[in-house]
Design a protein around this ligand. Structure first.
Ligand code: PGA
Length: 250
């Protein structure tokens, strides 16, 4: 039985001070959940948010990292640096990284390998843009993103990855995928994992949905057989996140 996972990706929002105030406000609500809860603040707020949540099971992760341990990579942050402050989860290949910062499938793959080699929990994002959906090429597109990211990843490492299916056309647009649309893709991702590894790994791996997920639609989405929770953007910046974390309990 896969446990529900609910993660908030704050993107480039909240100063350390704002982050500290907000996380104090939602702390008790997210700490007692019947779910694994993750919060992904901007780098500068990681320490503050970790301090506030230190006596809870809520995990604090980074939104990105680089593939090298150190050196002349201006503006980048390594896995070692994150781990030195106790950060052991990281979002990899978010569509904003892929589109705005031109991260290729090869870079996403290298980051996934790096995170796994450091024993971190990666949340690997995939998802199609509107054109690919409208051309009806999205299944092949997403499965090729998955195959490329997981190339050379061992079976024992594969089940440590959390996959997030986030259709680009649904991110921050208020246009949410229907439960059926999201389920169709998540089920197909699970079949790809079964093809690459085994039924056991496919049954164990967590697959989340992300894209305009909110308190009004989370329960329906998270009740789909192949959707194990959500990666929440906009609604993860508001107290509503607490209700999303608890949505299946009512
Ligand atoms: P959204 O973002 O919930 O604001 O659509 C989701 C994400 O990008 O992870």
């Amino acid at each position: 039985m896969r446990k529900l996972i609910v993660a908030a990706n704050w993107k480039m929002n909240k100063t350390p001070e704002e982050a500290g105030i907000f996380v104090e406000e939602i702390k008790s609500g997210i700490a007692d959940a019947n779910a694994d809860v993750y919060v992904f603040p901007p780098f500068l707020a990681l320490q503050t948010v970790s301090d506030v949540l230190k006596d809870t099971d809520v995990k604090v992760g980074a939104q990105n990292m680089y593939i090298e341990d150190k050196g002349a990579y201006t503006g980048e942050i390594s896995a070692d640096m994150l781990q030195s402050i106790g950060i052991n989860s990281v979002i990899i290949g978010h569509s904003e990284r892929r589109q705005i910062f031109k991260e290729s499938d090869e870079m996403v793959h290298a980051k996934l390998i790096k995170a796994l080699s450091k024993g971190m929990t990666p949340i690997l994002c995939c998802g199609e843009d509107l054109e690919t959906r409208e051309n009806n090429k999205f299944m092949d597109f997403i499965n090729s993103q998955i195959k490329s990211a997981f190339a050379d990843v061992s079976e024992s490492d594969a089940c440590k990855v959390i996959i997030a299916y986030e259709p680009v056309w649904a991110i921050g647009t208020g246009k949410v995928a229907t439960g059926e649309q999201a389920e169709q893709v998540c089920a197909s991702i699970r079949s790809t994992i079964e093809e690459m590894y085994s039924k056991e790994t496919a049954d164990n791996i967590h697959i989340l949905y992300g894209g305009s997920c909110n308190v009004g639609n989370a329960k329906e989405l998270f009740s789909m057989p192949d959707i194990d929770g959500g990666l929440i953007g906009g609604a993860g910046l508001k107290p509503e996140f607490v209700d999303i974390v608890h949505c299946k309990e009512k």
